[in-house]
Design a protein around this ligand. Structure first.
Ligand code: COA
Length: 260
């Protein structure tokens, strides 16, 4: 599939999706959000894809936010629609994807850009990365899940301060906060994400799917995460991957998971 504002390539089990509007610091406009949805959907369906990495084009930005020029003249109704549809189509969609998604934050991740990174299953960053939710400096609040996911990742007090000050934190502070899992140089960033992806790929994709669902259940209103875990744990016992994993262990060999 070809896109206007993103790139998507698949190699060795990894689909790398790149937001490709470097002249606008990869800001997310309507088309980009729709194309990202399509690319994630296609990657999740693709049997070759075991892990998705999302990054930004160029050396300056991951994504510098939602495209401000697109919503500057919105009214209350349009703004609610923008946030509601965007959350459903992209941010919640990524969070609940059964294929693991790693954000490789290669520069500015601001507003919708940080919200995009936070919707991914985890994040790695380059040492030049800068992260923040600057929306209140524009007279608005984060609308793509930022007020919910930032406190989940860094704690309520830090999230309050970041949102209220509209400030940016650097990669090392983000590491200290637990917002990103690893920091490396910009040149090494994709290689690092791919190295982690290759470790993930050695494991059972069906078990990973159940684990993502169970971990996410902890953060969903009205859902009992322990019950979700029990259900998903049980489900594993009916899979070919479980048979292969346990048999391989007992036979002292490496498991070759069929992914079923
Ligand atoms: N929406 C739309 N366009 C954006 C954008 C955004 N969120 N972020 C950057 N751009 C555009 C700029 O308008 C500029 O376009 P132009 O060359 O056509 O004028 C281009 O990207 C380069 O950005 P510029 O501001 O010139 O780069 P800089 O290095 O001086 O500053 C930032 C970098 C990230 C500090 C600055 O671009 C910025 O503050 N962006 C907005 C961040 C934000 O508030 N995001 C949350 C949105 S809800």
């Amino acid at each position: 599939m070809s896109y206007d504002t993103i790139l998507s390539t698949t190699n060795n089990g990894i689909t790398t999706i790149t937001v490709n509007r470097p002249n606008k610091l990869n800001a997310l406009n309507k088309v980009t959000i729709e194309e990202l949805h399509k690319a994630f959907k296609a990657a999740n369906k693709d049997k070759q894809t075991k892990v998705v990495i999302i990054t930004g084009s160029g050396e300056k930005a991951f994504v510098a936010g939602a495209d401000i020029s697109e919503f500057a003249d919105f009214d209350v109704k349009n703004a609610e629609k923008l946030a509601g549809e965007g959350q459903k189509m992209l941010f919640d969609y990524i969070e609940n994807l059964s294929t693991p998604v790693i954000a490789a934050v290669n520069g500015f991740a601001l507003g919708g850009g940080l919200e995009l990174a936070m919707a991914c299953h985890f994040r790695v960053a380059s040492d030049n990365a800068k992260m923040g939710l600057p929306e209140v400096s524009l007279g608005v609040i984060p609308g793509y899940g930022g007020t919910q996911r930032l406190p989940q990742l860094v704690g309520k007090g830090r999230a309050m301060e970041m949102v209220m000050t509209a400030g940016m934190i650097d990669a090392n502070k983000a590491l200290d906060y637990g917002l990103v899992n690893h920091v490396t140089s910009q040149e090494e960033l994709i290689a690092l994400a791919e190295k982690i992806a290759s470790k993930i790929m050695r494991n059972s994709s069906v078990a990973i799917k159940g684990a993502i669902k169970s971990i996410n259940a902890n953060y969903k209103d009205g859902v009992d995460g322990y019950k979700t875990e029990i259900k998903q744990f049980g489900k594993c016992f009916g899979t070919e991957d479980f048979k292969e994993g346990t048999t391989a262990f007992l036979q002292k060999r490496k498991a070759e998971f069929p992914g079923k």
